[in-house]
Design a protein around this ligand. Structure first.
Ligand code: PEP
Ligand code: MG
Length: 910
């Protein structure tokens, strides 16, 4: 492996308002490391530390533990010495010890997916030093037992064997709690904590066969290696695959001086957001806990308190807690520690202004001193993403182009999902309320275990609290409901990142995993029962609540208008019915790029005429059946032209193999024979005759129109007559008639002749005419190769990348599901090429086809109508290839519009 930078720079220091790195170095230092460096440099109080680069992780994967330790040993020792001098204490010292945290940090945030160890450097001597230093014996022993617990789990592999087993350390603690008749960790006495440390170490010895390491340096190297290993842990790999992050990225390791939120009632820890991550509202918000350490807030075990007074009041209202109770038991940080709050409020403004984006920050107060541990661009829902971008634009913090580039196209999808029907909501019965952790409407059947989320088609995952192991199940479920945890609990943060509806902290739920039930006020709900969640209000409903289509309005509409301003490439839609065409127009479609006419023949009243056409033995018989189909097709086209009202509409001639239309079951074959007054045997013979070994490569596409020209004639007549009828009503439409599956020039020519002569005949009959185009799909590799010859005849090209992918890879569209998942799992393919365009291979054919076509006809109109036309990376490729438009399903139109604008902006910046 070749490394890019100087061999010395494997470790980057930060602290005391100075740093080796900065925020532009995310790929090397990871997001967390780069931001820690940047924060130091702009004067935020960050505990000093250093970052081991992501490249070292890759080196570790190649070279192994010993070699990597050798490579970085000197730099790590020097960096620890640097922390020691700035904090005035010594690593492993028994009088004045330095303890450190060891955290992972990839270039993108992967919340909870990798490992962290806190309080590292602790042993039987150091704990005594910490007691002397802090004068807080309870805190010191508590830190020690937490360290053994975390280190044991993360580095020494002391974890529950399965989901039914308990954590070995938790088991020891539960045992002690039972013995002592106490419930909470905070009720442990100093002696209890000492006993726990002893018992924990004993458990480690028994389970691993080795004593717990006492040498701080041995502990440090163990933790560094464990963080590197966690990059390839199951959770991280699943998360990476879900988001398409490559294994080569690796994770950085951040080592920092520990500061303590659990040093008494003048200490605490929290998480805060500069704006609301669920709605995008411009309000500072967050949660904190007094006398607690890092993980306590996100783990959702204790109910955290709100940072601001406003947030606290809103929370109390939802939790039905009165003002006196709130002030006494759950005061906000603003009320409890006003000066710390003011300082934090100042930093959040500095940080948001500095990064010009919503920040998600972690902080700790140690004995009255505030430290900021981390900041990053906050994860947010699709709705928040749009609102924050529009607001930052209006506040003058970012410009229009930046606002557009900030948006993650696929997240717009969340805004296009159905919402609860307001009428149905009025009837719905609210059974409980929790915190509105991630907006959206979800309805499904209750499941209690993440690995069983796919048990039902629509499921709602109900947990006491979620953990990173539940990620896969959270992804599968329609919504997530937890009994514990606040707005920054694991469930809430992950759900918002996924854009999944989530309600957290619904305390009224009494969950029993054993019986797979939960009760609310004595009423029992079972696995498989339907419930519905409104993630925007926190309301939990009994049963199924109906949903309706969303509106494209407010900030969403503003951002789409902005996209139109910058987009050059147009976005059309694939629509087969007037209804789909209308939905797509609402979403801003600028025409139809593909109407698949065959879908019109599958409707009950039409399939009969279609079958008669197929079963006819003579041209006369076929023409008769086609006559019956003509008026139905014509009125379909009129509906579509009307819905698109003057925008271009591309209609494709019949494409699928005929056997798809004939009945394959005996009973339906009998029915058809009776209706047509022919023998059952005749029907059976025809079905057998149409049978093909490879129908996708068989008698389909223009091969149908060239063998049965009367089909093309009738379809052309339906299209042209529909356009003339609309013209008579004052609606101008210029149809674009598209010939499918062309591989040779002659195939196209023959179809074009039929189309043009039929149209001329109709113009003659009607003494009227319209403009129309005749073009072709490019979906057979040979067509891309012959594109210059075909373009001499064709008015336009539309790349059918579904078939083009099928035929370029030689993977059957219908059967690839059998091996593609294995190919992706084994890394033979990175992604499914039917979803994400294979730019490297199929892309070459598209580029070549476009270039060759335009070499003879420079103005040749070129588009795409395969499924890739709505997939962001493919849409960007289409723009860069010089296409005039992409065409995609109605619900992907806004996504494609945004990508079209982003691609044009990016090009202008190159
Ligand atoms: C294609 O092949 O990409 C296409 C749009 O046509 P169909 O999916 O109908 O074969
Ligand atoms: Mg096709």
């Amino acid at each position: 492996m070749e490394l890019i930078h100087d061999v010395k720079a494997r470790v980057f220091k930060f602290g005391n308002k100075k740093a080796d790195g900065n925020s532009s170095m995310k790929n090397l230092l990871g997001g967390k490391g780069a931001n820690l460096a940047e924060m130091c440099a702009i004067g935020i109080p960050v505990p000093p530390g250093f970052t081991i680069t992501t490249e070292v992780c890759t080196e570790y994967n190649l070279l192994g533990k010993e070699a990597v330790i050798e490579l970085i040993k000197e730099e790590v020792e020097d960096s620890i010495a640097n922390i020691e001098s700035s904090m005035g204490c010594t690593f492993g010292d028994k009088y004045n010890p330095l303890l450190v945290s060891v955290r992972s940090g990839a270039r993108v945030s992967m919340p909870g997916m990798m490992d962290t160890v806190l309080n590292l450097g602790m042993n039987d001597d150091v704990v005594l030093g910490l007691i002397k230093k802090t004068n807080n014996e309870q805190f010191a022993w508590d830190s020690y037992r937490r360290f053994i617990q975390m280190y044991g789990g993360v580095v020494l592999g002391m974890k529950p064997a399965s989901k039914d087993d308990v954590d070995p350390f938790e088991e020891i603690m539960d045992h002690l709690k039972d013995k002592r008749g106490i419930k909470l960790d905070t009720q442990f006495t100093i002696q209890d904590l000492k006993d726990l440390v002893y018992d924990f170490k004993d458990a480690v010895r028994k389970q691993t066969g080795h004593s717990f390491p006492t040498d701080p340096w041995e502990q440090l190297w163990g933790a560094i290696i464990a963080v590197f290993n966690s990059w390839n842990g199951d959770r991280a790999v699943y998360y990476r695959n879900m988001h398409g992050y490559p294994a080569e990225w690796g994770t950085a390791v951040n080592i920092q001086a520990m500061v303590y939120g659990n040093m008494g009632n003048n200490s605490g820890t929290g998480v805060c957001f500069t704006r609301d991550a669920g709605t995008g509202e411009n309000v500072f918000n967050g949660e904190y806990l007094i006398n607690a350490q890092g993980e306590d807030v996100v783990a959702g075990v204790r109910t955290p308190q709100q940072i601001t007074k406003l947030g606290s009041q809103r929370w109390a209202e939802l939790a039905k807690i009165d003002e006196a109770d709130r002030l006494e038991n759950y005061p906000s940080l603003e009320e409890l520690m006003p000066s710390i709050f003011e300082e934090l409020n100042g930093y959040q403004q500095i940080l948001e202004n500095h990064y010009r984006d919503m920040q998600d920050m972690e902080f700790t107060m140690q004995d009255g001193k505030l430290w900021v541990l981390q900041t990053r661009n906050g994860k947010r829902t699709g709705a928040a993403m749009v609102k924050i971008a529009v607001d930052l634009l209006k506040e003058g913090k970012i410009n229009e182009k930046e606002a557009l580039l900030r948006l993650q196209p696929t997240k717009l999808d969340e805004l296009l999902h159905p919402v609860f029907d307001p009428k149905a909501l009025k009837r719905a019965h609210v059974i409980a309320q929790g915190l509105p952790a991630s907006p959206g409407a979800a309805t499904g059947k209750i499941v209690f275990f993440a690995d069983e989320a796919s048990k039902f088609k629509n499921s709602i995952l109900v947990r006491i609290e979620t953990s990173p192991e539940d990620l896969e199940g959270m992804n599968v479920a329609k919504g997530i409901l937890t009994a514990r945890g606040g707005m920054t609990s694991h469930a809430a943060v992950v759900a918002r990142g996924m854009g999944k509806c989530c309600i957290s902290g619904a305390g009224a739920l009494n969950i029993n995993y054993k019986t797979r039930t939960f009760t609310i006020d004595g009423h029992e709900y079972h696995e498989g029962d339907w419930i519905s969640l409104n993630g925007s209000t926190g309301n939990i409903f009994e049963g199924k609540v109906e949903t309706v289509e969303p509106e494209l309005s407010g900030e969403f509409a503003e951002i789409m208008d902005l996209a139109n301003k910058y987009a050059i490439m147009k976005v059309r839609t694939n629509a087969d019915t007037p209804k789909d065409a209308k939905v797509a127009r609402n979403f801003g479609a600028q025409g139809i790029g593909l109407t698949r006419t065959e879908h019109m023949f599958f409707e009950v009243d039409r399939i009969k005429a279609m079958r008669e056409m197929i079963l006819a033995d003579t041209v006369k018989g076929r023409k008769q059946a086609l006559e019956d189909l003509l008026p139905m097709q014509r009125s379909d086209f009129e509906g579509i032209f009307e819905a698109m009202d003057g925008l271009p509409v591309t209609i494709r001639l019949l494409d699928p193999p005929l056997h798809e239309f004939v009945p394959h079951q005996l009973a339906t074959q009998k029915e058809l024979a009776d209706e047509m007054h022919i023998s059952l045997q005749a029907v059976k013979n025809k079905v057998a005759e149409l049978e093909e070994f490879n129908p996708m490569l068989g008698h389909r596409g223009c091969r149908l129109g060239n063998t049965y020209p009367e089909i093309t004639e009738t379809q052309t007549r339906a299209i042209i007559e529909a356009a003339l009828n609309l013209k008579a009503r004052g609606i101008i439409c210029n149809p674009e008639i598209m010939v499918p599956l062309v591989g040779t020039v002659k195939e196209f020519e023959m179809q074009e002749n039929i189309i043009r002569s039929t149209a001329s005949k109709i113009f003659e009959e009607r003494q009227d005419s319209i403009e129309y185009l005749v073009g072709t799909m490019i979906e057979i590799p040979r067509a891309a190769l012959m594109a210059d010859k075909i373009a001499e005849k064709a008015d336009f090209f539309s790349f059918g990348t579904n078939d083009l992918t099928q035929m370029t890879f030689g993977y059957s569209r219908d059967d690839a599901g059998k091996f593609l998942p294995v190919y992706i799992e084994k890394g033979i393919l990175k992604v499914d090429p039917f979803e994400v365009l294979d730019q490297e291979g199929v892309g070459q054919l598209i580029k070549m086809g476009t270039e060759r076509g335009r070499s003879v006809k420079p103005q040749l109109k070129v588009g795409i109508c395969g499924e890739h036309g709505g997939e962001p990376s493919s849409v960007e490729f289409c723009y860069n290839t010089g296409m005039d438009y992409v065409s995609c399903s109605p619900y992907r139109v806004p996504i494609a519009r945004l990508v079209s604008a982003q691609a044009a902006i990016k090009e202008a910046m190159r």
